[in-house]
Design a protein around this ligand. Structure first.
Ligand code: NDP
Length: 455
């Protein structure tokens, strides 16, 4: 065999796995056909956060007046922002390449296909490897409606030549609400069309409520319980017709309606690597596919599609295969954040999930953050703890409010360790912060027991 390990896909999962495996002395090759660093670095988390931050400055310029500043908010230069973002992404992509080369991995720029269970065809070559890892990620998917190709997907949103003045976004998952916030903060009229009564299905209900209100307060025009029916073009304009017959005329129709695993053109079918019902690569809890020496991880397996999960899996697989330290990544209590303004962050179970297993004590608080007492901005913070009534363990922590992602990362350690409400209560707060609310929530809001209610 030419290599001990061939990794297909140079994103978060693949790069980590290749790098750590090479560090253990394995002969490693890795192929990438688009951008090193994958979705997160190039057309996902990283550039998205830069755009979110760009939007925040506009709000701060307005807030400053309440603190005595006279700041004139000028126009925003989209082309300048995108150029700055592109420079940073190019720098990061270069770092990813260097890391791989420095670790001693053989790097192929090109699309890799499995010729047989040990042979990979890439960049006009055929190479063999003992173990193969599929880490090809996913791609955004448009809904199945007439004219869907006239709308953009998140990949395109990072490369728009001009800032649209009017945007219609379909969906209310992570990507939809994040981009709604970005375009609104940069001055566009934004419409959000979604099929649920509340955005962010799967999140805690109180957070979903708070998010709906936060979107609305920013001036985003909400179209809940609506589906897109067809999209048409009139020159540069787009017309999105909804299922109630209403037509929204816009500069930009943006579909943020979910993602699909990148499995096409890999040759998986002919070697018997099975897919699941969602079209993602089926893996067991050791990331093994239905082929004993072919593994898969990250978004191509469509379990928990988050970068830190992908990197953790890449690292764990390298440790297991070449480091003599067999280990698995737990998919329980994974914190995550939605980078709206203000952001949402969460760890553990929602009230609904937890109370379906037994009684839970719920502690909920809503308040105006200190900064906005002076800024005059209408902005609320929501914080919530879900506590198992019997063990008093904190099984869920949820927040919508400024710095939520920074705060919940620390809270997640306590939740992963199994901290009880009493542990939270005996922790001294840092004053004055919003975070201290998590250790001073004394008043029980309610006790919920969906399990008992279902009996
Ligand atoms: P999500 O699966 O989170 O959301 C998809 C949205 O589109 C939902 O609101 C869904 O509605 C709706 N939808 C799906 N199909 C249709 C349809 N045919 N017609 C109308 N609406 C439809 O996907 P995203 O694209 O937002 O993000 C993909 C994943 O990427 C996320 O789940 C997350 O794992 C990851 N991500 C993480 C981020 C972060 O950590 N900050 C940021 C961005 C992405 P419904 O709820 O009814 O199904």
């Amino acid at each position: 065999m030419d290599f001990d390990l061939f990794v297909i896909g140079g994103g978060s999962a693949g790069v980590r796995c290749a790098r750590i495996s090479a560090g253990y002395g394995a002969r490693v090759a890795i192929a990438e056909d688009r951008h090193w660093g994958g979705t997160c670095v190039n057309i996902g988390c990283v550039p998205k956060k830069l755009l979110v931050q760009a939007g925040e400055y506009g709000g701060w310029a307005e807030d400053a007046a309440g603190f005595g500043w006279t700041i004139q908010k000028g126009p925003h230069d989209w082309a300048k922002l995108i150029a700055a973002k592109d420079r940073e992404i190019t720098r990061l992509e270069g770092i990813y390449r260097k890391l791989l080369a420095g670790a001693g991995a053989t790097v192929f720029d090109g699309h890799a296909t499995l010729a047989d269970a040990h042979t990979v065809q890439v960049a006009g070559k055929q190479v063999t490897a003992k173990t193969i890892v599929i880490a090809t990620g996913g791609h955004p998917e448009r809904p199945d409606i007439a004219g869907a190709e006239l709308g953009i997907i998140s990949d395109d949103a990072f490369y728009l030549k001009t800032m649209p003045r009017h945007v219609v976004i379909v969906g209310s998952g992570y990507i939809a609400v994040e981009f709604a916030g970005i375009f609104r903060a940069l001055g566009a009229e934004v419409h959000l069309v979604y099929r649920q009564p509340l955005p962010l299905r799967g999140f805690d209900e109180d957070i979903r409520d708070a998010m709906q209100e936060a979107l609305s307060v920013q001036g985003i025009i909400l179209h809940p319980t609506r589906l897109p029916a067809k999209l048409e073009a009139d020159g540069e304009r787009r017309m999105l017709t909804l299922d109630d017959g209403q037509t929204l005329v816009t500069d930009l129709a943006f579909f943020a309606t979910g993602r699909r695993a990148n499995v096409r053109g890999l040759g998986l079918e002919q070697i018997g690597v099975e897919l699941n019902a969602k079209g993602a690569v089926r893996v067991d809890d050791q990331l093994r596919t239905t082929h004993s020496h072919i593994f898969a991880m990250g978004d191509v397996t469509d379990r928990v599609n988050l970068t830190p999960v992908a990197t953790a899996e890449g690292h764990a697989l390298a440790d297991t295969l070449f480091g003599g330290k067999a280990r698995k990544v737990s998919l329980r209590n994974i914190p995550s954040a939605v980078f709206t303004t203000p952001p949402v962050a969460t760890v553990g179970l929602t009230e609904e999930q937890a109370s379906a297993m037994g009684p839970v004590d719920v502690y909920l608080t809503k308040f105006t953050p200190m900064r906005h007492a002076l800024s005059g901005r209408r902005r609320k913070t929501t914080m919530k703890l879900v506590v198992d009534k019997l063990t008093q363990k904190v099984v869920g922590a949820h927040m919508l409010g400024e710095d939520a992602a920074e705060i919940i990362q620390g809270i997640a350690i306590a939740v992963v360790m199994g901290a009880t409400k009493a542990d939270f209560d005996r922790t001294i707060g840092i004053h004055p912060t919003a975070a201290e609310e998590f250790v001073t929530l004394r008043t029980l809001t309610r006790t919920t027991d969906l399990a008992k209610a279902a009996e």
